[in-house]
Design a protein around this ligand. Structure first.
Ligand SMILES: *[C@@H]1O[C@H](CO)[C@@H](O)[C@H](O)[C@H]1NC(C)=O
Ligand SMILES: *[C@@H]1O[C@H](CO)[C@@H](O)[C@H](O)[C@H]1NC(C)=O
Ligand SMILES: *[C@@H]1O[C@H](CO)[C@@H](O)[C@H](O)[C@H]1NC(C)=O
Length: 506
């Protein structure tokens, strides 16, 4: 991060740790894009025309496929446009163990700060309980402060307000992702849950004790996690991360992705009616909504993997306008994602990005044919970061990948970066393929093997050598890959990237 000033010092926790707040200039989404500090699971709050965004810090190393989240931070601004402006980052405003004596370090997951009717600020946070007999030790605590920036102290020091055993008789879900609404009449509602389970309660005026029985929500299509409750003009809205993967899904092409969908209700505990998708999948596999009215407009706050050296576990907070239509109740229009201006792309021989990609065999639901030509060769990918044919002990022998352009392109080479988790010759998991070749659609409409090709490497490397061949002009090429076999069982084939190379860069 380029720190342009060191403006403020704040008390970061009850243990009186002073941490520097820093100001920086955003040039558009993600808000802080230089990769110096990652942030996820944003929860916005507006006080006195200042936008505060609470987020968890992503600290996973570059190739670690795991959430490493130990603290929460706050970004704040008085700038009124996602296109850029001055922001302040307050790092480490809280850690689970600094607030809650009953919590251990780590799992600083999606939290939210709301303003109570008494004017104090309440932080609802999912943490891991230190001493718990629950099968799943996640629990939700609430802490309080006189400032949205903290320091926060436990508002319910006897322990969590929600867990697998609180309140009795408890539940068998993972108790994370709290979202809280302080309604116009002063009543307070909390929703929480993940992995498809969404629960809600009214809270008493102590902001901690549940009132009445649990509300189980099962009418929000594709609900996966990350609920966000809000109210606008008498209508309650529930935004959430959804997954209902499939070829015709309006939401998610693979089982790893999430879109943001929502429902509405006329009362805070439902019933909820599904209303649609408002944000398509983002560059991170996870997605997380927060929404707020700020300086006369509504905004959706979310996270992506669009910052420098980002990844699915190194996410960064972004925000864009959220608009409503005039139906009753007002529906949310699809959010248009904006991004900071990027430098002009470097000339490349690779024309794959301009092709339509497809596979002849159906692609198993966790893998993604679009990953073939996304320009990324990740060293430690998640399944949607590559294409793969792996189908247990039924992986097919022959796999055909196709690129089709809407005009004729000149090509004289390809490169293919394979994914493998098994050695060559294996018939389990994903070994390198046994062999492959490239064909093109000739002017007579027939598939023809490219001529005079150099060797087709099957070595697994993120810097594969080029297969050169006599120049062709065609609207379509295909790669025919033969899987590694032993006995009569074939291994899967994984492809991180398939480049189609023109004779000259453009
Ligand atoms: C908001 O403004 C009021 C009135 O000026 C002030 O008392 C309060 O401290 C401000 N709150 C924050 C969080 O800045
Ligand atoms: C469930 O959603 C449908 C529309 O998606 C709506 O018609 C119905 O009223 C909802 N039911 C409940 C119990 O929320
Ligand atoms: C293969 O290369 C040779 C020599 O470079 C060339 O004469 C021939 O035309 C090429 N074959 C095809 C089918 O293009």
């Amino acid at each position: 991060m380029l720190f342009t000033s060191r403006s403020t010092w704040i008390l970061a926790s009850a243990s009186v740790r002073a941490l520097a707040a820093t100001t920086f200039q955003s040039t558009g989404n993600p808000i802080l894009a230089d990769g110096s500090y990652y942030s996820a699971d944003p929860a916005p709050l507006v006080i006195n025309d200042t936008l505060y965004i609470l987020a968890g810090r992503d600290q996973a190393a570059a190739n670690v496929n795991n959430f490493v989240m130990n603290e929460w931070e706050i970004f704040s601004t008085t700038s009124a446009t996602p296109a850029g402006g001055s922001w302040t980052l307050y790092p480490a405003i809280a850690t689970p163990q600094s607030i809650f004596k009953w919590a251990i370090a780590g799992t600083a997951y999606a939290a939210q700060i709301v303003k109570g009717v008494n004017g104090k600020f309440y932080l609802y946070a999912p943490v891991t309980e230190a001493n718990s007999n629950n099968a799943d030790k996640f629990a939700i605590g609430v802490a309080v402060s006189s400032s949205p920036l903290g320091p926060f102290t436990d508002a319910h020091p006897v322990g969590p307000i929600l867990s697998q055993s609180i309140p009795s008789p408890g539940n068998d879900i993972q108790n994370i992702d709290p979202t809280v609404l302080v309604d116009d009449d002063g009543k307070v509602y909390i929703y929480y849950g993940t992995f498809g389970a969404l629960r809600g309660y009214q809270l008493s005026s102590d902001m901690a004790t549940t009132v009445g029985s649990v509300t189980t929500v099962n009418n929000l299509t594709g609900f996966f996690e990350a609920p966000w409750i809000m109210k606008r003009s008498g209508t309650y809205y529930m935004l959430y991360a959804a997954n209902n993967a499939g070829a015709n899904s309006p939401c998610t092409p693979t089982s790893y992705h999430a879109c943001i969908a929502y429902g509405t209700a006329s009362s805070p505990l439902g019933p909820w009616t599904f209303r649609g998708v408002i944000l398509d999948i983002v560059s991170s596999t996870t997605s997380h909504p927060g929404a707020v009215e700020y300086r006369g407009k509504w905004y959706l706050v979310y996270h992506t993997a669009d910052a420098t050296n980002s990844g699915h576990f190194r996410r960064s907070v972004a925000w864009d306008e959220l608009n409503f239509d005039t139906q009753s109740p007002p529906r949310i229009n699809k959010v248009v994602q904006t991004r900071r201006a990027v430098t002009a792309p470097v000339p490349t021989r690779n024309l794959a990005a301009k092709a339509k990609a497809s596979s002849v065999n159906a692609t198993p639901i966790q893998y993604w044919v679009e990953a073939l030509h996304d320009g990324k060769i990740p060293s430690n990918p998640l399944p949607p970061d590559y294409w793969c044919s792996y189908d247990g002990d039924a992986s097919p022998k022959t796999n055909t990948l196709i690129y089709t352009w809407s005009w004729a392109v000149a090509l004289n080479g390809v490169r293919m970066a394979f994914f493998a988790d098994q050695p060559a010759g294996s018939n389990i998991g994903v070994p390198p393929p046994a062999s492959w070749k490239v064909e093109y659609l000739n002017p007579a409409g027939q598939w023809t093997v490219v001529a005079n090709s150099s060797a087709y490497p099957v070595t697994v490397t993120d810097n594969p050598s080029e297969v050169k061949f006599t120049q062709i002009t065609t609207a379509s090429i295909r790669a025919v890959l033969t899987a590694s076999v032993s006995g009569n069982q074939y291994g899967g084939i994984g492809v991180k990237e398939w480049e189609a190379l023109a004779p000259t860069a453009s």
